[in-house]
Design a protein around this ligand. Structure first.
Ligand code: HEM
Length: 542
């Protein structure tokens, strides 16, 4: 890129020839002046000057990525030429920010007290092991995964989340890019199962060997994606996949599995899980969709509601009633293809999670071949339960990072915004808000890591009984923390979090997306009750 001195930039100081400098980068904004959403004059006033401070004051990071960088024509050659001093909040200064390249010098082990800094350096804005804390859970392979996913999210996801969310549609190409970096495989349950390695079309993030890829690697992937601050985007990529595909992976016959799994992990096809019905939500055992045995096929009739990714899914993993007995006994799982006559999906209009394709699906006399039965007849309830812990952990991973996003965004803003002659962070009442957000977020994260370690190390058979209760309680903990953080961050941003887009973009959206975490996968009420009932069961054995 071309290098300019500051004096050269200063010569372009008129509305019909307008250059500005932001963080050492030179921009020609002449043709952008009349399009600038903040107004022509405000930008023209900065012609020929360093506008770093004012730019930071009015924009979020993604505007630079999406709108600013295409207008960049060069860089400033010598730092002494830059007129405006960096802000006093040095923690945000570009020089101090360790970017993904820092990972190249990352140490082999995270326990040897030389952990390299990573990220924007906002305290509590990233997990502690990114900021020089030692950790027993992570190693070099997790660093590789983290760096790959962060670079992808920063470049290809975050800058566009607002646009996609408003359109209520994520381009298909994003699914493909998620597949290509190995993200879809990582969060589908196939990534952590070395037996599935031969079905992964693009390997795993960072080129990590399947033998090394563990539940912490999956956590890092999910955590990094959630940093984009859009639940709708997350679910548009994995909301159906991470719950619809595991039954196929774990219980379907090879013929079905070998066809469906690679297609879904390649981002060529989409799969959804259809359990919830208009009258049966958390109450899975009472579902009413029927599959009548017709000899060589099943005849399926019924309705499913709030089906994530359902609007654009090609496959549905559907819980149906195959036997008369009420309750959990007569439930089976069928793989139903979108092309089967009688399948219909209608997009639902929801409070948040836009673009994730939440749908109402109807099955009217759908003929489903017997080859599409997943596992054994009438054992579907067991298969559904099999993935519940994993599903809830995935929700916790997301809610945990989304709480952190609220802290990161609010702290960045509070460091620059001044009221009554002081930065927001200099007001004790706002520091108190940060204190409460941080303590809940860090507690949730630490509990999650502790449970993930059990998930990784306990035998699979004991996991269900030992971890179901704690995971349920943790889910409620994480969503209440998320709700708290979204509210407090919105208060800190004030009007900016009341309008869509702009600096409060992530916070405004997250505030609307909280319910999508607090209700599905087991509502807070059911989770708290389950956790305590499981604990009491243990008391009765004493
Ligand atoms: C490369 C340079 C710039 C680009 C690409 C850019 C782009 C944008 C965009 C896309 C918006 C609307 C999004 C939003 O609501 O946040 C905006 C708003 C705004 N911009 Fe810029 N801008 C640039 C430079 C500047 C500079 C140097 C100033 C001030 C001197 C400025 C002042 C503003 C203001 C005051 C708003 C309205 C913010 C609000 O609604 O609260 N911009 N800009």
């Amino acid at each position: 890129m071309k290098t300019y001195t500051f004096e050269q930039v200063q010569a372009h100081n008129k509305p019909n020839d307008c250059w500005i400098v932001i963080e050492g980068k030179v921009f020609d904004v002449t043709n952008f002046l009349s399009e600038h959403p903040g107004g022509k004059k405000v930008l023209a006033k900065m012609a020929g000057k360093d506008a770093s401070k004012s730019f930071k004051m009015f924009h979020n990071d993604s505007i630079m990525q999406r709108v600013g960088l295409p207008m960049q024509i060069g860089i400033i050659g010598a730092a002494k030429d830059v007129e405006e001093k960096p802000q006093k909040d040095a923690v945000l200064s570009a020089d101090l920010v360790s970017k993904p390249e820092a990972a190249a010098v990352a140490p082999k082990s995270l326990a040897d007290n030389q952990v390299a800094k990573f990220g924007d350096g906002i305290p509590y804005g990233d997990p502690s092991w990114y900021q020089e804390w030692n950790s027993p859970y992570y190693n070099e392979s997790h660093i590789k995964v983290r760096n790959t996913v962060r670079a992808w999210v920063e470049k290809e996801i975050t800058p566009f989340c607002h646009e996609w969310s408003e359109k209520k549609e994520i381009p298909k190409s994003v699914l493909k890019s998620a597949a290509k970096i190995g993200f879809l495989a990582a969060v589908s349950g196939a990534g952590t199962d070395p037996k599935m390695a031969h079905l992964l079309p693009y390997g795993l993030p960072g080129g990590v060997d399947p033998a090394e890829f563990d539940i912490f690697s999956e956590f890092v992937c999910m955590d990094e994606l959630a940093r984009c601050g859009s639940g709708g985007l997350i679910w548009a990529l994995e909301g159906g996949l991470s719950i619809g595909l595991p039954p196929v992976i774990n219980f379907a016959k090879d013929e079905l599995k070998n066809r469906i799994v690679p297609e879904c992990l390649a981002g060529d096809k989409v799969i959804s899980l259809c359990i919830t019905e208009p009258s049966a939500g958390s109450d899975v055992a009472n579902l009413a969709t029927t599959a009548k045995d017709m000899g060589d096929h099943f005849l399926v009739n019924g309705e499913k509601k709030w089906i994530t990714q359902g609007a654009f899914a090609d496959y549905y993993t559907v819980a149906v009633r195959t036997a008369e007995d009420k309750g959990m006994g007569g439930i089976s799982l069928l793989l139903i293809e979108r092309t089967f006559p009688g399948v219909n999906a209608r997009k639902m209009d929801c409070q948040g999670m836009w673009g994730s394709g939440t749908s109402y699906i109807t099955f009217d006399d759908v003929r489903v071949p017997k080859t599409h039965l997943i596992g054994k007849l009438n054992e579907g309830f067991k298969y559904v339960m099999h993935n519940f812990n994993h599903e809830r952990l995935s929700i916790v991973m997301q809610a945990s990072r989304l709480s952190r996003v609220c802290i990161e965004e609010a702290l960045k803003y509070a460091l620059k915004r001044e009221t009554f002659g002081q930065r927001l962070v200099d007001h004790a009442v706002l520091r108190n808000k940060f204190g409460h957000m941080i303590r809940q977020c860090e507690a949730t994260h630490a509990w999650l890591e502790s449970i993930l370690f059990q998930y990784k190390t306990l035998p699979r058979e004991t996991q269900a009984t030992m971890l179901a209760g704690p995971i349920a309680l943790l889910k409620a903990q994480s969503t209440q923390t998320f709700e708290y953080c979204a509210r407090e961050a919105a208060q800190i941003f004030g009007g900016l979090a009341y309008t869509r887009g702009g600096q409060g973009e992530k916070i405004e959206r997250l505030y609307r997306e909280v319910r999508a975490y607090a209700i599905p996968g087991g509502s807070e009420e059911i989770m708290l009750d389950l956790g305590v009932r499981q604990a009491i069961k243990k008391c009765s054995k004493l």
